[in-house]
Ligand binder design. Structure first.
Ligand code: HAM
Length: 456
C-alpha cells in the first residue's frame, strides 16, 4: 500500500545567529589581527538586490534587448571607473556633479586619479573614441546597463549607487535621430507597462543661444540676488540657467515674468526642435513643450528632454537626455554629433510597482527531493543532477522524516516533492506529492521528469 505523507504545521522560525556577534565596542584577536565588530549594513544610499527582486532586472533586460535591439541598437559594457579626466572634460564645470562635489574620486596605487562613473555618456563616448567607432556604419547606436555613483542627499528615488539604462545615438545631426531616440525611450517604458508618462521636450539651444540666455538671466536676476535662495545665488555666477530648476517659491516668483530658454532660441535650434516635435507628432507620441527645461549636465546642445511618471513623488524624472554635438571632440575623437538618454532603473521600478507591472518573487524549484534514509541521500543528489537538464530540482542533504521533509519542500516553494525510502527503493519508485493540490502518487525514476512536466 502506498504510504501517505503529510505536511506538518510549520514551527515559528526563530533567527539564530550562527556565532554570537561581539557586543558593540568589543574587539577580539584572530592570529594577531584586531577584529572590530562588522558593520552589518550596506553603505548609506546603496542597497542589495535580493533574490525576490531579481525578476525585475530580467524583465528590464529582456524588454531592452527586444525594443532597443529591434531598432538596431547594440549593447556595450564599459568599466565602472574611468580616468577622472574623462568626466572632467565632459560633464562640464558648472554641472551639479562638479559644483556639489558629487563624484566619487580616488587615487589608485599608481597615483592615477580615477572616478566611479556618475553617468554613462562620458565612458561610452570614451569607448567610441578608443575603438574608432566613427568608422562603423552610421549612426552607431549603443545601449548599456549598470551602476552609477553620485554622492547625493539620499531620499526616495535618489541613491548613491543607482543604476541606469543608457542609450547613445552617434554620428548624425538629423532631428530624425532625436525623435527616434525619444520614441525608443517611450517604447521601452511602455513595454514595461508604464502608461502614465509625461514627455517633456525642450531645447537648451546652440552654445551661442545658451551663452546669450545665461547673460540675459544674469542681468535680470543680479539686482535681486539677495532675494534668491542660497543655491540659486551660487548658480547666478556659474550657470544661471539652472536657477530655472529651483523648487524655491521665491526663486520661481522672480523668474515668473522672465523669458524662458525656448523664447530665445536661435533660428537653427528652433527649426531643429520643430522638426523633432513634428516627427514625434507624426508617430503619435504625446509630449509637452517644456519652455524651461534645463539639464544638470553641461554638455547638452539643442534638444533636451525628460520623461516623468505621475504618482511616484518628488523624484518623478524617470529618464532624461539630449543632444551633445561636440562632446566626442572634447574626448579626443573626430567631430561626431550625438544624442542620448538614460533612465533611472530604481525610479522606473518604483513606477512599475505603482502600476502593478513589476515582476517579483524568487525563482522556485519544480521539484524538491526528500531522502528518507542515508542511501536515498545519494540517490536524491544523483537524480537531481540528471533531472536538472529539464527541471529546477533541489533536495535535502541529510535523511529526513517525511513530515519534516515535506515542510522543507513547502518552504522551498517547489511545486512537487518526491520522497524516497526503503519502501520506494524496493519497487524502484518515488512517492510524489503535488504540493499545491495535495495529490499523491508514485512515479518511477525514469518517468519522474515527464510526470512533472506533464502536470505543469
Ligand atoms: P541624468 O538626468 O543625470 O542624465 O540621469 C538620468 C536619470 O538617472 C534620471 O532621470 C534619474 O531617473 C536617474 N538618476 C540620476 N541620479 C540618480 C540618483 N542619485 N539616484 C537614482 N536615480 C538617479 C544623465 O545621466 C545623462 N548621462 C543622460 C544622457 C545620456 N544624456 C545623453 N546621453
Amino acid at each position: 500500500m502506498q504510504g501517505v505523507y503529510v505536511v506538518g504545521v510549520a514551527p515559528r522560525v526563530r533567527w539564530k545567529h550562527p556565532q554570537p556577534m561581539p557586543a558593540q565596542g568589543d574587539t577580539g584577536t584572530l592570529t594577531g589581527v584586531c577584529l572590530r565588530p562588522m558593520r552589518s549594513r550596506a553603505v548609506k544610499g546603496t542597497y542589495d538586490v535580493l533574490p525576490d527582486a531579481q525578476p525585475a532586472w530580467t524583465q528590464l533586460e529582456r524588454a531592452a534587448t527586444r525594443v532597443l535591439g529591434h531598432a538596431g541598437m547594440q549593447r556595450l559594457t564599459t568599466p565602472v571607473f574611468e580616468h577622472s579626466e574623462v568626466f572632467d572634460r565632459s560633464v562640464g564645470e558648472s554641472a551639479d556633479l562638479v559644483v556639489q562635489k558629487e563624484m566619487y574620486r580616488f587615487e589608485d596605487r599608481g597615483g592615477r586619479s580615477l572616478t566611479l562613473r556618475p553617468e554613462f555618456t562620458a565612458g561610452v563616448l570614451r569607448a567610441f573614441v578608443t575603438h574608432g567607432m566613427h568608422t562603423w556604419p552610421t549612426p552607431v547606436k549603443l545601449w548599456s546597463l549598470g551602476p552609477a555613483f553620485r554622492a547625493e542627499n539620499v531620499q526616495r528615488g535618489r541613491f548613491r549607487q543607482f543604476h541606469q539604462l543608457n542609450a547613445e545615438f552617434l554620428g548624425l545631426p538629423s532631428p530624425l535621430l532625436d525623435a527616434e531616440a525619444i520614441a525608443l525611450l517611450h517604447d521601452l517604458l511602455s513595454a514595461l507597462g508604464l502608461s502614465d508618462l509625461r514627455v517633456k521636450l525642450g531645447s537648451v539651444g546652440d552654445p551661442e543661444d545658451r551663452a546669450a540666455y545665461n547673460a540675459y538671466l544674469r542681468d535680470a536676476l543680479a539686482p535681486h540676488a539677495g532675494e534668491l535662495s542660497a543655491n540659486s545665488r551660487a548658480r547666478l555666477d556659474v550657470n544661471p540657467m539652472r536657477i530655472l530648476d529651483s523648487k524655491d517659491e521665491s526663486d520661481q516668483a522672480l523668474l515668473a515674468g522672465l523669458d524662458k530658454p525656448l523664447d530665445r532660441l536661435g533660428p537653427d535650434a528652433r527649426e531643429h526642435l520643430d522638426q523633432v516635435a513634428q516627427a514625434l507628432s507624426d508617430w503619435g507620441i504625446a509630449f509637452d513643450m517644456a519652455p524651461s527645461i534645463v539639464r544638470g549636465l553641461d554638455y547638452y546642445r539643442r534638444t533636451a528632454f525628460e520623461i516623468h511618471a505621475e504618482g511616484i513623488g518628488a523624484q518623478s524624472a524617470l529618464a532624461g537626455g539630449g543632444r551633445y554635438d561636440g562632446l566626442v571632440e572634447t574626448l579626443g575623437g573626430p567631430p561626431t554629433p550625438g544624442i542620448g538618454w538614460a533612465l533611472g532603473v530604481e525610479r522606473v521600478f518604483d513606477a512599475m510597482r505603482e502600476a502593478g507591472t513589476l515582476h517579483t518573487g524568487a525563482a522556485k524549484p519544480d521539484l524538491y527531493l526528500v531522502p528518507m534514509d542515508d542511501l536515498a541521500v545519494t540517490e536524491a543528489a544523483e537524480l537531481a543532477r540528471s533531472l536538472r537538464q529539464r527541471l529546477t530540482v533541489t533536495h535535502a542533504y541529510t535523511a529526513r522524516k517525511p513530515a519534516k521533509g515535506l515542510k522543507d519542500a513547502d518552504r522551498s516553494g517547489a511545486r512537487f516533492a518526491a520522497l524516497r525510502g526503503e519502501r520506494e527503493r524496493a519497487t524502484g519508485v518515488w512517492t510524489v506529492k503535488n504540493l499545491a493540490t495535495g495529490d499523491q502518487f508514485e512515479s518511477t525514476t525514469e518517468r519522474l521528469a515527464d510526470t512533472i512536466d506533464g502536470t505543469s
